[in-house]
Design a protein around this ligand. Sequence first.
Ligand code: ZN
Length: 204
Amino acid sequence: MDILYPLTADINSYVPFEMNFLQKIFGHKQPDKQSNEPASQPRTVEQIQEATNRLWALLRETVEYYKSVACPCAFPRFIQYTSIDCRETHNSFYTSETEGFIQTSGDCFEGKEIDKDDECYKAIYTCKTCGSTYLNAWSDFSIRVSRTYLKPIELKAKQIGADAEQPTPFFVGLFGHSYPDRADFKHLGFDEFRGYVRALKNGT
Ligand SMILES: [Zn+2]
């Protein structure tokens, strides 16, 4: 598993996520440090690594759960994460939940490479279970920041997962050079996030 931490010195723009962590790394002083982030927010490299390991294990188990009841395509909240594309907001960031879901669900899909345009890689992914099709792309923006997406073209699965909510909940979150509006994302604790990605339409 290749987990990326874009710990680059050129992160100098607005950094809404893991701000304290990055400041610790680069030694920037934060005057009057006031944090209203939850206490569970990762603070050190070790804590972020540990949270990321927990997240990926959870996402892997969640994909297995999706497969046990249908396929990932039946879960709008899976697609909510895999569809995040920082280029849509003209930013450059990596979303842990997005990368984790796309990598751990890879064997659910058959990929067929197509013309890559301005991406490093582009493919049509077809779900082996329901035949839904997706556009998959990958690009790197710097030596440390890359992003992948898996956006639905045609969904064929009956939607059994609960609808996606806004702001987008995350457990580990975003890393990069520039970020979307912080109000579009919200941090959840592990158990809450687990409940969110597994919820069914009828609230179970
Ligand atoms: Zn499917």
